[in-house]
Ligand binder design. Structure first.
Ligand SMILES: [Zn+2]
Length: 510
């Protein structure tokens, strides 16, 4: 068998050899993040944080356009607040960090120990999510139907004590936004839940070029304390599902726990109806696993910290000043252009490094366009460029003026091509699967050398019974969601054979 072609970026193994290890290598090669001295917590490095800042900017605009305002609530939640909603506390109790003391003193061995005299009367939980602490504020803010709807978003960090962690995908501390809203009617709260799910879908597809399936979670998969949980699910290149965002209809559960009450128009006292919705730095993991290749990170132009890098070819002292001046002028022209909601971001890399080293360095960081300018380009008033969504050695030539004029259209084409490629990949690995035997076979790897690679998304019938769902879960497969646009179709449950009215999305997942 021929040896697989190695990437010159030094990323090894390839996706098909060992997907999990490839992922870690891509994160490291692109300099996105690293493990910290605190077990389970990551350090997000500048290139990775710049991607998060772009996500924040676009989402924040979408939240404000739908009437929400930002606020900030405490990191700590008094234990009794978390205990007020029974299902909620049960769901999070196993992964909470707890503060019990507020002072350290010298211990018998010289090290610091918590001061027994400084024990908190009531322990504080480091927020795993903020429904309860924000609910306490909402109860103060809401008195009348005139105070509703209350539409708040918070950008924050949260802590969920995970034992097995992976950069961006699962870490003990992560960054996110959490929307929290209160409404005067069930219908209005449900409308809000669906609206924000739609915002996430638009963001994932238009900005991140990640195709997603909108759906409703089963009771077992619901957010602890929610009446309904909606989600968007994407397919990664190892055919596993990744939940990229959730939107919860909380009914009156949290309003009752926190006493969020209002005087209605009919002057009766009623509990509010609330929602919550969130996306996190996990989206960076989804972005990496949807688009990247064996050479490293591939970034869609809409989210890339820089869309273009100019690489001047500085061979000798004679041509050096001319080439540099030309590159600088090109940088100015490109930076004056707009793409989407912002100016085109251009890097000029004039470092004194070998051209190949520089080029591969930007390939693994995922910059959409690499533009080379050398003495010949200067003479011809031209540029040579390469697209990150094409093989690394493929190059194009264009007149400089034409290249500048057509750059926004070229970026839009690349954004579209990454989305279309991901849609085609998902379609290729999504199949209707009937009967338990076929279901098991679908999720069984065909090739022993690639134990991770299985069928993908199975669209299968399910009767709605929790027992059947548990049986599916025993095989490390979950019902990801009941897709919102799934057609009505009579069939038989893939587990028990009982009647089912529609198919559901089953997959292995992150
Ligand atoms: Zn069944």
């Amino acid at each position: 068998m021929a040896k697989p072609k190695r990437s010159e970026t030094g990323i090894s193994p390839t996706r098909s050899e060992n997907y999990a290890e490839w992922y870690q290598q891509v994160v490291r090669a692109a300099d996105l993040a690293e493990n910290s001295v605190v077990r389970g917590c990551m350090v997000i490095k500048p290139w990775g944080y710049a991607i998060w800042e772009n996500m924040q900017r676009v989402l924040d605009g979408m939240f404000k356009a739908t009437g929400h305002r930002n606020a900030y609530f405490p990191l700590f939640i008094p234990k009794n607040l978390l205990e007020k909603e029974a299902a909620h506390v049960e769901g999070f109790a196993k992964e909470c960090a707890i503060v019990t003391h507020h002072r350290l003193i010298a211990g018998p061995d010289g090290g610091l120990i918590p001061d027994p005299d400084a024990k908190l009367e009531e322990p504080l939980i480091v927020r795993p999510t903020s429904e309860t602490i924000i609910g306490a504020s909402f109860a103060q803010w809401v008195h009348s139907y005139r105070d509703l709807p209350l539409l708040i978003n918070q950008w924050a960090n949260v802590v969920r004590w995970e034992l097995r962690t992976r950069l961006f995908l699962r870490t003990a501390e992560f960054l996110w936004q959490e929307g929290h809203t209160a409404h005067s009617s069930s219908a209005e709260a449900m409308e809000e839940t669906e609206r924000m799910l739609g915002v996430y879908e638009t963001f994932a597809q238009n900005t991140l070029a990640i195709p997603v399936i909108k759906g409703r979670k089963t009771e077992l998969e619901r957010f602890p304390g929610a009446v309904e949980t909606y989600c968007i699910e994407g397919m990664m290149q190892d055919r596993k599902a990744l939940q990229a965002g959730t939107s919860h209809f909380l009914g009156q559960n949290f309003a009752k726990a926190a006493e969020i009450k209002f005087q209605s128009q009919q002057e009766t006292e009623e509990y509010a109806w609330t929602t919550s919705w969130g996306v996190s730095t996990r989206l960076i993991g989804a972005l990496i696993m949807t688009h990247s290749d064996d050479d490293g990170l591939v970034l869609p132009p809409c989210i890339a910290p820089a869309q273009v890098v100019i690489l001047p070819i500085l061979r000798d002292d004679d041509t050096r000043p001319k080439v540099l001046a030309y590159a600088e002028e090109l940088r100015r022209e490109l930076s004056a252009l707009r793409f989407g909601d912002r100016a085109v971001e251009v890097e000029l890399d004039a470092r004194d490094l070998r051209g190949g080293e520089k080029n591969w360095g930007w390939i693994k960081r995922g910059v959409p366009l690499r533009v080379e300018v050398g003495p010949r380009d200067v003479e011809a008033s031209a540029v040579t460029y390469a697209r990150r969504d094409e093989p690394a050695r493929e190059k194009h030539s264009a007149g400089r003026a034409q290249f500048v004029a057509e750059l926004p259209a070229l970026l839009a084409t690349m954004q579209r091509s990454l989305f279309d490629r991901a849609v085609a990949f998902r379609a290729e690995h999504t199949h209707p699967v009937d009967g338990w035997k076929d279901f098991e076979a679908f999720f069984t790897p065909k090739n022993a050398e690639q134990p991770e690679i299985h069928g993908g998304f199975a669209m299968s019938h399910w009767c709605g019974a929790a027992a059947c769902e548990e049986r599916i879960r025993e095989h490390k497969i979950t019902i990801r969601c009941i897709p919102l646009d799934v057609p009505k179709e009579q069939g038989q449950c893939v587990v028990c054979g009982q009647p089912s009215a529609n198919r559901v999305l089953c997959a292995k997942s992150y």
